[in-house]
Design a protein around this ligand. Structure first.
Ligand SMILES: Nc1nc2c(ncn2[C@@H]2O[C@H](COP(=O)(O)OP(=O)(O)OP(=O)(O)O)[C@@H](O)[C@H]2O)c(=O)[nH]1
Ligand SMILES: [Mg+2]
Ligand SMILES: [Zn+2]
Length: 300
């Protein structure tokens, strides 16, 4: 029997595939190894099931995107979790993630957690100014959890599924928020070391949790995930398009090849001066631009 499904978990050569409301334990067909194809969590697959209920992954459907760290495919939305208290998240880390999301054609939500301890006003201003959906949450008081739940749902009536991946520095509360969304998840959470002000990477593997029909979420360990590898894809002229709030100003600078760093007659810099683009976001752009400029074409 053939069926379509989504890989929600991968453990030592075995894949758990969600088909409708069932889950099937599958192996990958032998050919994949030969072809050096590695099935990823998030992959849409065609499986065949045997009498005994076990399955074999026969085909991997074309991917929308794929990541190495964390190993996940078909990410629809990146949920970037930040906090302004143990640990303090730097906007630069967030901005790298928003750029990676844009590069991979994924949506972005900014979640400011631990609001019971600190309202993260500065971050709130930066990301609302940039036009991101920004939600303040607390895994302790439950503030913002319903708003986040709404942000995870697929576009209304589409009948499709939506995969959101939680990312953010270790200890910001990714796993705690998932447990708030559904106490059934029972995801392990860790104490943040006060001395270091950072967590201990409690979460180590990738797994899709099914929150409700069509709503899947993956927890990932800290910012070690989505490592610099993904950034090397950048071409420096591409970077400007990965900052959503730059869009209205692109093509309006005096010089067509303007890098929006120090140039005279730069429309982006003008927008920064006018308060239409937040200076902190522009700072991140400049930092990323410099990094990208250092990558030689043959290193890509
Ligand atoms: N006061 C407060 N503490 C929180 C909140 N959310 C999480 N914590 C605490 O922060 C610590 C780290 O939470 P985790 O959920 O393990 O953090 P994580 O982001 O999953 O960390 P890694 O798995 O290491 O990446 C735990 O001690 C939580 O109890 C919150 O909203 N408010
Ligand atoms: Mg965790
Ligand atoms: Zn410019």
């Amino acid at each position: 029997m053939q069926d379509n499904g989504t890989i929600i978990k991968a453990v030592s050569g075995q894949y758990i595939v969600q088909t409708g409301t069932n889950t099937v334990v599958c192996k990958a067909r032998g050919r994949f190894r030969f072809e050096q194809v590695v099935p990823l969590v998030g992959d849409r697959v065609v499986i065949s099931t045997a009498e005994d209920g076990t399955g074999v992954i026969q085909e991997i459907l074309p991917r929308k995107n794929a990541f190495v760290r964390p190993p996940v495919a078909n990410l629809d939305q990146l949920v970037i979790i930040a906090s302004n208290v143990i640990p303090v998240t730097s906007p630069y880390l967030i901005d790298r993630m928003t750029a990676i999301a844009a590069l991979n054609d994924a949506d972005c939500v900014i979640v400011l957690n631990k609001c019971d301890l600190d309202r993260a006003d500065a971050l709130y201003e930066i990301y609302t100014t940039a036009g991101f959906r920004t939600i303040r949450t607390s895994a302790v008081t439950g503030e913002g959890i319903e708003e986040l739940r709404a942000a995870l749902a697929p576009p209304s009536e589409s009948g499709e599924m939506r995969i959101s991946v939680f990312t953010g520095n270790s200890g910001v509360g990714k796993s705690s928020i998932l447990n708030c969304l559904s106490p059934e998840f029972h995801i392990a959470t860790g104490e943040v070391s006060r001395k270091l002000g950072r967590g201990r990477h409690t979460t180590r593997h990738v797994e899709l949790f099914r929150l409700s029909d069509g709503v899947f979420i993956a927890d990932t360990p800290g910012f070690s995930s989505f490592d610099t590898g993904e950034m090397n894809l950048f071409d420096k002229t591409q970077l400007q398009h990965l900052f959503r709030e730059f869009k209205p100003y692109l093509g309006r600078c005096r010089f067509t090849n303007c890098a929006h760093l120090k140039e005279i007659g730069c429309a982006v810099l003008e927008a920064v001066r006018n308060g239409e683009i937040h200076p902190v976001r522009h700072e991140s752009y400049a930092r990323l631009y410099e990094q990208t400029a250092q990558i030689k074409p043959w290193e890509k």
